[in-house]
Design a protein. Structure first.
Length: 400
């Protein structure tokens, strides 16, 4: 016996239906927490008397939680639909920032950080899957603008976090962020587009496709990994690179990551229109070339401001690479959207959670410039696989 085939859902009309606003707000909420997490780290280190080495161990729990729980979320999306999974993990995610503030020792903090990374990643998979569904119903791309809202949330969380902590203390910072995000999530979940298991994803007579049934999600995962790696090394290492090797002041050095985030956010708000006009494959190829050029300008910069310009240019290029990879993963033929997205999301996040840490060993032996020369070479693989981005164009026809 097979599950009855559902009738096709009617298309969403208008440029900003509430379903699009809802999933965009989820991206904003997720990004806001990740942004607020950054200025909280020095407070945690001081409160728990953690050395840099032990802080590194604590951060590792965030990454392990993400890659552990993301595949679980993908399987549940295939079974229940993205909206139910997004609702569950958004609610579970909400209190963790507040709970973490009151953890008395490393062990308890590590557990909460593991859950924080895991639930953030699971929410990420679910909201990307829901964005894919909204794309199909709207018959046009929205993924880049959704990621722009994530970047906007990250900017708000990081920009206000330090000021809130200085003004009110870490506990009130956590309370304010939690209450604000609860309002954002409540509005998002009220408007979130419901979906469920698709007929092509549930056939009792045949096994469901797994992450090992096709190489496509893994290839797209490598594209996301090598793209997000560029973002990771700019965020983690650029300030040290500019200050220690190019002689920049801390104020100027901080502009590198800031300019990268700013240009990435701006381009993502315009990225869907560009992708609709040029197609996903051409957009990814042009973006990849721009990202490579920007990273190498930063690598060979003779002056700190030239490096800042290079990393700003790199942000222009990286902006559209990951959203296109996610859209393609959610539109792979014959594969449940949650299955493909869980692989691509987990691999992509490894580029910002784990890989930049490994580059620390390289820096010890070669200096900072080497990572900005070597890492962009991986974008050649992204360009070589860019033909897979054609699956992202499926949204124009409303399906596979």
């Amino acid at each position: 016996m097979t599950t009855p085939v559902r009738s096709a859902a009617p298309p969403l009309t208008g440029s900003d239906p509430r379903e699009r606003i809802a999933v965009s707000l989820l991206f904003l909420a997720n990004g806001l927490y990740i942004g607020a997490w950054s200025p909280k780290l020095p407070v945690i280190a001081e409160t728990l008397s953690l050395s840099p080495q032990w802080m590194g161990y604590l951060l590792l729990f965030f990454g392990v939680g993400s890659v552990t729980i993301m595949p679980i979320a993908g399987a549940q999306i295939a079974r229940f639909g993205s909206s139910k999974v997004a609702m569950a993990f958004s609610i579970l995610f909400l209190p963790l920032m507040l709970i973490l503030t009151f953890m008395p020792n490393f062990a308890s903090a590590a557990v909460i950080v593991f859950l924080l990374g895991g639930f953030a990643g699971a929410m990420d998979v679910a909201m990307n899957a829901n964005a894919v569904e909204v794309e199909k119903r709207m018959r046009r791309a929205i993924m880049s603008s959704c990621h722009a809202y994530w970047s906007l949330g990250g900017l708000i969380g990081s920009a206000t976090g330090g000021a809130l902590i200085d003004q009110f203390g870490p506990a009130w910072h956590a309370v304010i962020i939690t209450v604000f995000n609860a309002g954002v999530v409540a509005l998002a979940l009220a408007w979130l587009m419901p979906d469920g298991p698709h007929a092509e994803e549930h056939h009792d007579a045949a096994p469901r496709p797994s992450i090992f049934s096709s190489p496509l999600p893994w290839l797209l995962g490598f594209m996301a990994l090598f793209s997000m790696l560029q973002e990771g090394i700019v965020i983690d290492w650029s300030a040290l690179y500019l200050s220690r090797e190019l002689g920049a002041t801390l104020t100027v050095a901080s502009l590198a990551a800031g300019s990268f985030h700013a240009t990435m956010m701006v381009v993502r708000f315009a990225g869907d229109a560009v992708r609709d006009r040029l197609g996903a494959v051409k957009t990814m190829r042009v973006s990849g070339v721009i990202a490579f050029a920007g990273m190498w300008i930063g690598a060979f910069a003779p002056h700190p401001y030239v490096a800042v310009f290079g990393f700003a240019l790199a942000g222009l290029g990286v902006a559209n690479l990951v959203p296109i990879a996610f859209s393609a993963a959610g539109n792979l033929p014959g594969m449940a959207k949650g299955v493909g997205l869980s692989v691509v999301t987990a691999m992509g996040y490894s580029g910002t959670l784990f890989a930049p840490t490994l580059f620390g060993f390289v820096v010890e032996h070669t200096g900072y410039q080497a990572i900005y020369i070597g890492a962009p070479l991986l974008l050649a693989i992204v360009l070589a696989l860019s033909g897979l981005a054609r699956h992202a164009d499926g949204v124009k026809g409303g399906g596979h």
